[in-house]
Design a protein around this ligand. Sequence first.
Ligand code: 4AD
Ligand code: MG
Length: 460
Amino acid sequence: VTTALKRFKIKDVVNGEAVSQNGWIQGWVQSIRKHKNFMFVDIVDGTSLNPLQVVLPSHMFNSQLQNGAAVSANGTFVETDLNVNKIEMVCEEIQVVGPCDPETYPFLKHTPHDMQHLRSYPHLRMRRTSMINAFKLRNQLEMLFHEFFQNEGFTHVHTPIITLSDCEGAGELFSIKSDTSTNTDMENSENHFFNKPAYLTVSGQMHLEACAMSLGSVYTLSPVFRAEHGISRKHLSEFRMLEVEVAFTQDLHEILDLIEDSIKFCIERVQSVPLKKFDDGYKDIPPQHHKAVKNATCSNYVRIPYSEALEILQKNSHKLTTAAPVWGDDFNTDQESFLVKHFGLTPVFIINFPKVAKPFYMYANNDNNTVAAVDLIFPFCGEICGGSLREHRLELLQDSLRTSGLNEKDYEWYLDLRRFGSAPHGGYGLGFDRLVHFLLGTRNIKDAVPFPRTPHSCPL
Ligand code: 4AD
Ligand code: MG
């Protein structure tokens, strides 16, 4: 391939930058269609969701030119009405850089694969359009969240992965230990970090609260880890959480507004190419997915207190597959999905939960029975955000630790935040992978995540 020519990225070619020029591109063959005198080779290079169609006369056929092969091609970029990009390459030369044996390559050319089949090749499945789409969506969403919070004057902070605190107090911690710690280390250093049980964080919230008490408005988008044993379509052992914390807020609705505005800002702006009939996973997309995404983008999200949600569920108990909840219960997947359907597939904020259903750090409402908590429920993927005003009053927080059976000594530093310049504050965590899962319409959250980890699977 004549590398003296200008090299183009496929993104620039499909944007029309290369019309009538000679140049070359590099990428991977996504599909090949053979006709009598020509063959059409679709090539992707990761810069664009749409492949570039390269047209070759049949005599240029080369037995190594197969689906999945890495190639370089040069030719002329010309306008055409025959494909979505309105531009294609008339190829003069094509070279296979890295062949791909069709006998052993796990993905057939034009057949849409089952997502489960793709999951058995976690290191290769990102070659498929459906997965490229997922990666691109994640990339855009992350950038958009940064844009939103930076515009609002928030500071992005890095919260730790290794921690000694169980933020949620739910005991779903992965404990970690150093392979290099020796007995001598253990004996000599009382307070040595390797000498204490340490964990992978379940949430950066408490560290974020410490930062909010100086920086005011902060956020992080970090990996968190949960050693939950149950498996479901929406649970991962490792996932990313967007966590947000705001000082001097005393109104839970300010937190709800922030959640709703930031989600809408992002999903209005993401561009993803809808999967087509012949793409992997297309048949899994729920029929009302389009409506649900539209509601999440344009409708006012429903806001109801826990007591009202409970009443709706109790009145409709005959339509639930599980027993109706009673006061104090957290809602299960079936009940959450009933609620969003009840409100026409619009996202639902549930606020003011019973104190017994929520972690120790939430702000106690005046009724002494509920806390200023919020869960946001989305269609198809369930709880997407959880948050609250935080208990900023020292004595009440100490009481709450005690009644939750937690050891005050383990939370001394957290109590210090209330001893020195405590300010009312609140925040939330958004399940980043759940949002991607929702937007893509995949049946399983594993298909929205590059390398999913679940209780029974961590293949590489
Ligand atoms: O409701 P959670 O547990 O809230 C917290 O951890 C708070 N400390 C966050 C905060 O206020 N800063 O988790 C927040 C969100 C959930 O609403 C859900 O979307 C997601 O994280 N999530 C999971 N996503 C995938 N797999 C799991 N196992 C998840 N557990 C929670
Ligand atoms: Mg929650």
